[in-house]
Design a protein around this ligand. Structure first.
Ligand SMILES: *Cc1c(COP(=O)(O)O)cnc(C)c1O
Length: 456
């Protein structure tokens, strides 16, 4: 059979409240054209993020009822810990309420003024926590990773030559080496097993601990299985274990590849580091057998981890993304290729070339997708990165719009609808206008700033 079907039936449904284009025009104006200000009830298809927005399975909801809310030593924790160790055999598993809490703990210990921390690409919360400690983060992804048109199969790979030179140059100021799989900030592009091993070997050569930001480890393992020589016959859990075998620890957002609506963890091998992390955890998150989570959350994650490595799920997950990208490509919409794991990235600067970066082509596209089709996406471009610390404005490297696909939440007809919205948009795209920002906070402006359409 050619068609890859959703490998699940639907047992509980959430109605979508339909809106008209005229209603959405008013809603946009009321939201001052910032899609974060919309009520989610006013969105038809919400592709703002894949974080914590997935559907839990019947088995996960059943596990929720088994949750034990004991403050210390809950059996829910031990089920969670066993599920993590089954895939990532680290000595210490420390639950946290989200991935960024694990990062905050790790870098409060390893970071500090004058330190330098390399990665393929640091995710924004990772960079935020590194910088908050006084350290600097550096991105050493391969050159192909920054070229939207390159079809390299592992565009998330670390540039090993640059990492070698970096470790030589920065010496003692480097407390650890990080690697993000998949490379979220670089388009959800995967990292090969060979590159993970190469990164680990360099870290070892220079005596540095090696940490993986493993948020989308299962999607990454699927890409290894399907794109890397010699991996096709191996099981996903086997590949996952290999990915983490040479690492000294990991940070994780369980809102991604653990099918959770909330959760995360920090895992470590070093006993002293783990002691320090747990002390910090007790101060900021909670006792080490619950972190910032309830027992029922831990049980949902334990079950989710057994489901996320299912090949039928991963085949459907990655195929959905590839399908949308193929169809958009056929329509002439410039998309980042090849398909990554969790999102579709549209090159708004190229598609809306009549709108200069300083008039935010990504925002113009995101607003048009909502007005025309009720689709909520996320600008990743000059709105997000253009404001400099001195208040000046510099165009970002790219103006992308991200359509992040929540796990097990939307169906094939939702994907076809999305593609149709792009098709209609293609006919009127040259009439779209740019935006100006009328009000903005000093930092992280994209969440709360107000826009006004140019020429309106
Ligand atoms: C989401 C994410 C994080 C942060 O996790 P939260 O649970 O949102 O705090 C860190 N790294 C990557 C790669 C992510 O995708």
């Amino acid at each position: 059979m050619k068609t890859i079907i959703e490998p699940f039936r639907i047992k509980a449904v959430e109605p979508i409240r339909m809106t008209t284009r005229d209603e959405r025009r008013v809603l946009l104006k009321d939201a001052q054209y910032n899609l974060f200000a919309l009520k989610s009830d006013d969105v038809l298809i919400d592709l703002l993020t894949d974080s914590g927005t997935g559907a839990m399975s019947a088995a996960q909801w059943a596990a929720v009822m088994q949750g034990d809310e004991s403050y210390a030593g809950s059996p829910s924790f031990y089920r969670f810990e066993a599920a993590v160790k089954n895939l990532m055999p680290f000595r210490h598993v420390i639950p946290t309420h989200q991935g960024r809490a694990a990062e905050a703990i790790l870098f409060s210990i390893l970071g500090g003024a004058g330190k330098n921390i390399p990665s393929n690409t640091h995710f924004d919360t990772t960079r935020g926590n590194i910088e908050a400690s006084g350290a600097h983060g550096h991105d050493l992804v391969i050159a192909e990773g920054k070229d939207p048109a390159s079809d390299h199969p592992f565009k998330g790979n670390m540039d090993l030559d640059r990492l070698d030179a970096y470790l030589q140059e920065h010496g003692d100021s480097v407390p650890c080496v990080m690697l993000t799989i998949t490379n979220n900030a670089g388009g959800g592009q995967p990292v090969s097993l060979e590159n993970i091993r190469g990164t680990a070997a360099l870290a070892k050569k220079y005596g540095k601990p090696f940490f993986i930001d493993g948020c989308r480890f299962a999607e990454n393992a699927w890409f290894i299985k399907t794109r890397e020589a010699g991996q096709g016959d191996r099981s996903i859990p086997e590949i996952v274990r290999d990915c983490f075998a040479d690492a000294d620890g990991m940070t994780m957002s369980a809102k991604k590849d653990a099918f959770g609506n909330i959760g995360g963890w920090l895992a470590l091998n070093d006993d002293d580091l783990a002691d320090e992390a747990r002390t910090h955890l007790i101060r900021t998150e909670g006792f080490p057998t619950y972190g910032g989570l309830s027992g029922r959350d831990l049980d949902a994650l334990a079950q989710g981890l057994s489901e996320i490595v299912d090949e039928d799920y991963l085949r459907y997950r990655i195929r959905t993304n590839a399908y949308i990208i193929e169809r958009l490509d056929a329509l002439g919409v410039p998309v980042v290729k090849p398909a990554g794991g969790h999102a579709v990235f549209v090159d708004a600067r190229a598609w809306l070339s009549h709108i200069p970066p300083t008039a935010y082509p990504g925002q113009a596209l995101a607003v048009a997708l909502y007005e025309l089709g009720g689709i909520r996406s996320c600008e990743i471009g000059t709105v997000m990165f253009g404001r400099q610390p001195d208040g000046s404005e510099v165009p970002a490297a790219m103006d992308l719009v991200r359509l992040a696909i929540p796990r097990r939440t939307y169906t094939q007809s939702h994907a076809d609808y999305m593609i149709e919205v792009f098709e209609e948009l293609a006919a009127i795209k040259d009439t779209l206008t740019g935006f100006t920002i009328t009000k903005e906070p000093k930092q992280l402006r994209h969440f709360t700033c107000a826009f006004s359409p140019l020429g309106a």
